[in-house]
Write a protein that binds this ligand. Structure first.
Ligand code: GCU
Length: 588
């Protein structure tokens, strides 16, 4: 058995002891706690000293309390709080959420609270008892609440804080709205004591006829029987775990391979005792051959686009199936087969729908520009985010690239942290590519060539280039004369390019400061002309699908708090550049 397979099969043992369960969406006893929650905005952080988590009511005649959850502010969950109240538009700080829920303590069962995403930091109490804390706005976390759970009415309190922090990921400055709140689904999940905590069901690296992976049980007190069923493939596998509830498997099978034109997914069930998790899983191989990108053994060109997890029309975070459908339908219309979910793991509803629609996915952790790499806490936080991202989506055939950073400045600390994360990503998942986005290629006027000298580019499998020629810097020479010699031995994705335009604004196509659609479209034409000079170009992703909100886009007439690089406006109107990209992808 080769080393890579040992790494593929064994390392997940430790990894899969991750905090949160795999795929609560596929568990039969998972109840959504979404809806209207009570809320208190706590600008001066008084809530903890005033014991808000106890959610007390005055008991004695003389007693009074200067807070109450009932009868006050009500906020939607999931959803950011900034878009729910005009006065919270720019708010960064503490917001308390509270709701009751009724349930029964089921004998022989564990009960969990699963949060799909809370930005930025969450502290959680149940019935006045603190059950846990989580930092990071874009990956799930869960707490076992079995011991705190009341039989009947329960009181759940969550303190959310979205203040930016120097040692945060992202840090103090980032070009998107700092939405805070319980952004994604919240589940109350009941599972038998012994249940399926984690599973990985993918093709064995290097094979298209062997399904391999692992199943990990929680609560196992000795060897256990587990089942893996993929009916359509005739897979009805009974397996026995070790005493820790862990088992790996290899199963011969002939799956139709997942690919953009035929995004085949198989109904898959993982069971043990009376516990089961349902999933839809696709099988494909993704690898690099020289500087070719190979999907299922065939070269592929990634026709992509970037987008934030935002619904511009609602000035808020995307969280629902309808939101995912709106965004991805626009991706479809553009003629794409690839998306970069910038710059953080977006919600599972987007990732799963994208996979069902046949989009290849670049996922990224928000190590975005000015990160304090010298601070040792950063590696720990980044490692946790990377583990959680890979853990959550390791069964998604659509996800092909794990990106560990965007536009970070080379330094000894940065190089050490990021090359460490590259190694970790490979250890955690040897079946996908590891990448990063670079904005530091340098132009050599003597040869009209861009080159990149960056240690991180040597470490990754695939290099993303972010360059805004025609916007942040002019084309140094006419576009068709610009050459690129960057990581020629690897596939290169032009992961960001473009220009800003206010929809409806028109003017000469050679004047930038008029923010015209004409200028934006011309800049796209020039970039596409330049792309012909990139020998290892294996994909592109314009920045960006929709205009999106940014707190440091100040031009009152043209931006007004929006980054206007969208191919589509904040109202869903397609700009001239949209057609330029549509035509380019049609002929690709
Ligand atoms: C950067 C960055 C994006 C940003 C974009 C811009 O490249 O990665 O997050 O929004 O440039 O300046 O518009």
């Amino acid at each position: 058995m080769n080393l890579r397979l040992i790494a593929f099969l064994c390392l997940p043992w430790a990894l899969s002891a991750q905090t949160f369960m795999m795929n609560p969406y596929g568990c039969k006893d998972a109840v959504l706690l979404n809806g209207k929650w009570n809320a208190i905005v706590d600008l001066y952080s008084r809530g903890e000293p005033m014991k808000f988590p106890l959610n007390r009511k005055p008991e004695k005649k003389a007693e009074f309390l200067e807070y109450a959850f009932d009868g006050g502010l009500r906020l939607d969950v999931p959803g950011d709080f900034n878009s729910q109240l005009p006065e919270l538009k720019y708010y960064e700080g503490n917001v308390w959420y509270q709701r009751h829920f009724n349930t029964h303590r089921a004998k022989g069962h564990r009960h969990y609270l699963y949060f799909a995403g809370v930005s930025y930091e969450a502290k959680v109490w149940l019935n006045g008892v603190k059950v846990g804390v989580h930092e990071g706005g874009f990956t799930p976390f869960q707490f076992d609440i079995t011991d705190q759970l009341a039989d009947g009415e329960n009181d759940l309190v969550v303190l959310v804080n979205n203040s930016r922090r120097v040692d945060g990921i992202p840090a103090m400055n980032f070009d998107w709205w700092n939405y805070g709140g319980i952004l994604r689904d919240v589940f109350l999940v009941k599972r038998p004591e012994v249940h399926v905590h984690d599973y990985r069901v993918q093709l064995k690296p290097g094979s298209r006829e062997t399904i391999a992976g692992h199943i990990r049980l929680a609560g196992a007190l000795g060897t256990q029987e587990v089942g893996l069923t993929i009916g359509e493939l005739g897979v009805e596998q009974l397996l026995t775990t070790d005493a820790q509830g862990w088992v790996t498997f290899e199963i011969a099978a002939q799956p139709q391979l997942w690919e953009p034109r035929n995004p085949k997914l198989y109904q898959t069930r993982v069971t043990t005792g009376n516990d089961q998790v349902e999933d839809e899983i696709g099988f494909r191989t993704i690898e690099v051959k020289g500087n070719e990108l190979m999907l299922n053994g065939q070269p592929i060109f990634l026709k992509g686009v970037n987008f934030h997890e935002e619904i511009p029309q609602r000035l808020g975070r995307a969280y629902s199936d309808a939101d995912a459908a709106m965004i991805l339908q626009e991706v479809r219309e553009l003629g794409c087969n690839f998306i970069r979910t910038a710059h953080y793991p977006q919600n599972e509803r987007i990732v799963r729908l994208a996979e069902r629609m046949g989009f290849l996915i670049w996922e990224e952790i928000p190590l975005w520009q000015g990160i304090d790499f010298a601070n040792p806490a950063i590696f720990k936080k980044a490692e946790a985010m990377l583990r959680d991202m890979i853990y959550r989506d390791k069964n998604r055939a659509g996800v092909v690239i794990w990106s560990i950073a965007n536009e970070t400045r080379p330094s000894a600390y940065r190089d050490e942290v990021l090359t460490g994360l590259v190694r970790l990503a490979r250890e955690l998942d040897g079946s996908r590519l590891v990448g990063a986005a670079f904005d530091n290629p340098r132009f050599d006027p003597a040869t009209s060539t861009f080159r990149l000298d960056d240690r991180l580019a040597e470490a990754v499998d695939i290099v993303g280039i972010n360059k805004y020629l025609g916007w942040y810097q002019p084309f140094p020479v006419p576009a068709e004369q610009v050459h690129w010699e960057v990581a020629l031995e690897k596939p290169l994705i032009f992961s960001e390019y473009g220009a800003e335009a206010l929809y409806g604004q028109h003017g000469p196509d050679d004047v930038a400061h008029l923010w015209s659609e004409d200028y934006q479209a011309e800049i796209y034409r020039q970039n596409l002309a330049m792309f012909r000079n990139i020998p290892n170009l294996r994909g592109t992703a314009p920045w960006v699908l929709f205009d999106f909100r940014s707190p440091y886009r100040f031009h009152p007439q043209y931006q007004n708090g929006w980054n206007r690089k969208g191919l589509v406006s904040d109202r869903g109107q397609r700009k001239l550049a949209w057609k330029v990209m549509k035509d380019y992808y049609e002929q690709k």
